[in-house]
Structure formats: structure tokens, C-alpha cells
Design a protein around this ligand. Structure first.
Ligand SMILES: [Fe+2]
Length: 502
């Protein structure tokens, strides 16, 4: 959640009223992942203070337009000549390297944003690469491709580096995000690194990561560089140089240009835009992925983006949409309020374009829905108004906890309640990811919605492992509980006996 400060005293008074009424109080909890309790904390503090927090030039890898491509983005200092190129080789000595030239543009003051795309990648191959900054090559790094037809992904929610600000650690320090050191980002980046190490240790064959938004916390506006130290933390784990990450624009990323400088998203549609960027898509083996920027409420544009994606890759076995705001989640803070602003408009689109799965974030809790469809009735459209209200097309203002607003959002039918696995499903699965770092957790909403199959909040960082092949999509979700991995939901599998499109 963000932006409430803009509404000042009025919001404080509304929030107090809601707390006193036992209603939908916004409830960031006292629970967070306190990294200072870890044995490796002190050495991390040294590394953060001396290197990580000052280094804005880490590379970010993003899945390319399809499985044969890899996109790169990185900063270089603006006081030299940008040389946006990548060298790629199958040998660690970089012999026989292919060179991929890209482009550069002005980023925040003092830096250029470099972007390039490597092509003609093959499956089951280790690639070594170097990226250039002002004529000088980086150290050699590497990534691995696995099977293109049957592969594994990591799905994470709200790393939101810096969101632990205001919490007090085991050492009695209050975490903050105002100083250049940003001790909140330092705490959350440690946890992010731990989550990636844990997930990759348990699943070394992961091909890429899906991050459902709010990579960082500080929602500064325009070209304000105030969140750069948080991006530095997000990109700091060694795994981030080896793993492509498809990111979604969250409400915390949305108002600032730095997202667009750090990530080289494929098939950028220029639709659904906010300051950070817009809707994009890519194909990987048997699946099409459409990533929508739902901070923009123009669903006609989101439909156009889905249409373009489906037209580009019409025959994939699976269609997967990733959005930040949870139109079907179960967290207290968003699932019955701003998260569902787009529910009545997006649900029919998932039917129309035969979307199998929607991956969501925003609510810092875990939930898995039953398979849902639109109820095919006409419903009011809503728009964001402020952090406590929405408005309909006629301009009528509805508080989030207003019955009319809630009723109009009962725009779905429950198509299937089977557990375990569903074959040839009619309906869409909606997943909500808890925070992958524990930088901030929310309570579950007191009354579980009827569309929810399973939900969970154990105040631990969680991640999901998704396996996809032509005939199957399966998802497992784990929490990292005091260094131990525990499954928090049964494996859920969608199967198709025929992969031809309806
Ligand atoms: Fe968030």
C-alpha cells in the first residue's frame, strides 16, 4: 500500500474509524523477517555498507521474446561513452563469443541505461557472458538453459526491498529508508538473497523467475533516484546474474522511471502504461506469458495487449497472465478493496482469451483459488479514486467496504472445486503469492471468500515452484521457516489431454 500520506489527516481519521469499528483497517503487521538473527548477518552488514548499497550498476536478466532469447539491462556511468553490448560464449574463456549490440538511453542523473538481447540460445546449455560499461567488459558471469519443452519456474511475490522500514530488529535498531544506507533495504536484501539461495538449492533446474510486482518499496515519482539503493539490493544476490526474472510493475514500482531503466522487457506493447512502463509478453516453450500493468485501470488497453500476445503466439498449450493487484486473493489489506477494482473487467477477459492461470501479488498472504469464470452478467466498472474509495463510471464514490461495491464485484462463478488435479479445466486458477522476503506481511481477511480453496499466513517468506510441459501445469508452494523448507499447500496440477485451443 502506498500514497496514503497524500491524503493526510482525513485518511488517518478514516483509518482510525475503521479500526474502532473493527472493519477493514489497513493492517501491515508487526511480523517481518528479521535478518539480524541470522549467523551471516554481520558480514552482510559490512558488504552492504561498503559495496552493495553504492553499486547501481548490477545487471538484470529478463526472459527474451521467446525461449531462444535473453534480454539484459544494466547501468553505466554517464561520464563516459556507453557501449551497450553483450558477449556470449559456451566457453568460460569467452572464446568464439558472439557479440550482441543493443542501445543506451539516459537513466537517472549520472547513469545510462544499457539494453541488449542475446539470440539463438539452445536448450540445456551453459552460457558465459560479459556486458560492457564504457568500453570495459564486466567479469564473466553465466546462466544455464534447461529443456525448453518441460521446465521449472520460481514464482515469487512482493520482495519489496525496503518495506521493513519502521520495524525494530532483535538488536534494538529501528529500520529506516531515509539514509543513504537504507537499513530496511539492507535487512530485506539479505532475506531476498536467502530465499533465492534456498529455492535454487532445492530446485537447481529452475529456468527463470516470475516476480509478481513490488520489487522495491520506495514509491518515489518520476526520475527521483530515491529507490535506487533498493534496486541495488534487489539485484545484489549472485543468483540475479544467473537467472532471468520476469517482473511485474507493482504499485510501489509504478510511479518511477527507474523500473524502466533496470529491466529490458520483451514484446513491450506500449499499452497499459504508467511512469514505470506497461504491458509485455513472451513465449517460453509450451506457454505464453502476458504481464499486465494493472496500476493502469484501462482494461481496453490490457485487452489489446492480450490480443497481441495471443496473435503472436496463438498455439501455446498454456496461457498465463501475471498481474500485481490481486483480483482474487484473501489478504486483509487489498483482497476486498483496491485489489478488486479491476475484477469485473478482467474476469471476462480471462474467459475470452482462455487464460489458464493468473499469478498475483500485492496482498502479502498466500492463497489459491478454485477455478473461476465470469458470471456473464453486466457489472459496474470501477476506477481508483483514493486509498479508501473507488468511483464508478458515473462518478459515484464508494468506500471499499461499501456493500454495493462488494456486491457488484461478485462477478464470478466457481467453475470447479476439485483439489489435487483438474483435467481439461474450464475456468481460471488465481494464485496469490505471499512476500518472498518477509519485508512485510498482512493478515488474512477475517472471512474467507467463497472462491478461495486454500490460504495461509505463517509469517514466513514463501515461494512457489511451477513446472510446465505440454500437458501439465503444476504448482507447489513452500515457506522458509527458520531455515527449514515446508510445503504450505498440496501440489495442484492442471492437465490437458488435448492442447488445441478452443
Ligand atoms: Fe507489496
Amino acid at each position: 500500500m502506498n500514497g496514503r500520506k497524500k491524503y493526510g489527516a482525513a485518511v488517518i481519521s478514516v483509518a482510525l474509524t475503521l479500526v474502532l469499528a473493527g472493519g477493514y483497517a489497513y493492517a501491515a503487521t508487526q511480523h517481518f523477517a528479521d535478518s539480524t538473527k541470522d549467523g551471516a548477518w554481520d558480514s552482510w552488514v559490512q558488504k552492504w555498507d561498503s559495496q552493495v548499497s553504492r553499486d547501481y550498476e548490477k545487471v538484470a536478466l529478463t526472459p527474451g521474446a521467446d525461449e531462444t532469447q535473453m534480454n539484459f539491462a544494466w547501468y553505466s556511468k554517464a561520464d563516459g561513452t556507453a557501449t551497450p553490448k553483450i558477449e556470449l560464449s559456451t566457453s568460460s574463456d569467452m572464446s568464439g563469443a558472439a557479440v550482441f549490440e543493443g542501445g543506451a538511453s539516459q537513466a537517472i542523473d549520472g547513469y545510462m541505461s544499457n539494453k541488449a538481447t542475446a539470440t539463438a540460445l539452445k536448450e540445456n546449455t551453459t552460457y558465459f557472458y560479459r556486458y560492457y560499461k564504457n568500453g570495459m567488459p564486466s567479469q564473466t558471469a553465466s546462466f544455464k538453459t534447461h529443456s525448453f519443452n518441460s521446465y521449472t519456474m520460481l514464482y515469487v511475490g512482493d520482495p519489496q526491498i525496503g518495506a521493513s522500514k519502521g520495524q525494530t530488529t532483535s538488536r534494538g535498531d529501528k529500520l529506516e529508508n531515509a539514509s543513504a544506507l537504507n537499513t530496511a533495504a539492507r535487512n530485506d536484501s539479505f532475506s531476498w538473497n536467502k530465499t533465492l539461495n534456498t529455492a535454487m538449492g532445492a530446485n537447481p533446474d529452475i529456468s527463470f523467475v516470475l516476480s509478481a510486482g513490488d520489487q522495491i518499496n520506495k514509491n518515489v515519482e518520476g526520475r527521483d533516484p530515491g529507490n535506487e539503493v533498493e534496486y541495488a539490493g534487489f539485484l545484489s544476490p549472485d543468483w540475479m546474474q544467473k537467472l532471468p526474472v520476469a517482473t511485474t510493475i507493482g504499485n510501489h514500482d509504478s510511479t518511477n522511471e527507474s523500473y524502466s531503466y533496470h529491466f529490458n522487457n520483451p514484446h513491450d506493447t506500449q499499452l497499459g502504461k504508467t511512469t514505470a512502463g506497461g504491458d509485455y509478453f513472451y513465449k517460453y516453450g509450451p506457454a505464453l506469458y502476458v504481464v499486465l500493468n494493472t496500476n493502469n485501470y484501462n482494461c481496453a488497453e490490457h485487452e489489446l495487449a492480450i490480443k497481441q500476445a495471443v496473435a503472436a503466439y496463438p498455439d501455446t498449450s498454456w496461457r498465463i497472465v501475471m498481474i500485481h493487484q490481486d483480483i482474487y486473493g484473501s489478504g486483509l489489506d487489498h483482497s476486498d478493496s483496491d485489489g478488486i477494482v479491476l475484477r469485473s473487467q478482467l474476469t471476462p477477459l480471462m474467459d475470452k482469451y482462455d487464460v489458464d492461470v493468473v499469478l498475483q501479488g500485492h496482498d502479502h498472504t498466500y492463497s489459491r483459488s478454485y477455478l473461476l469464470k465470469s458470471d456473464s452478467k453486466t457489472h459496474s466498472k470501477y476506477d481508483f479514486y483514493d486509498w479508501d474509495n473507488v468511483k464508478d463510471e458515473a462518478g459515484n464514490v464508494f468506500p471499499y467496504n461499501n456493500t454495493a461495491y462488494q456486491d457488484e464485484n461478485n462477478c464470478y462463478t466457481i467453475a470447479n472445486t476439485m483439489s489435487g488435479s483438474v483435467t481439461n479445466a474450464d475456468g481460471t486458477l488465481y494464485m496469490e503469492a505471499n512476500s518472498s522476503t518477509g519485508s512485510k506481511y498482512y493478515e488474512l481477511i477475517p472471512t474467507q471468500q467463497d472462491y478461495i480453496a486454500v490460504r495461509n499466513q505463517n509469517w514466513n517468506p514463501t515461494y512457489s515452484v511451477i513446472h510446465v510441459n505440454q500437458n501439465s501445469f503444476s504448482i507447489d508452494t513452500y515457506e522458509i521457516a527458520g531455515g527449514q523448507l515446508q510445503k504450505i499447500d498440496q501440489t495442484f496440477t492442471l492437465k490437458k489431454t488435448s492442447t488445441s485451443r478452443r
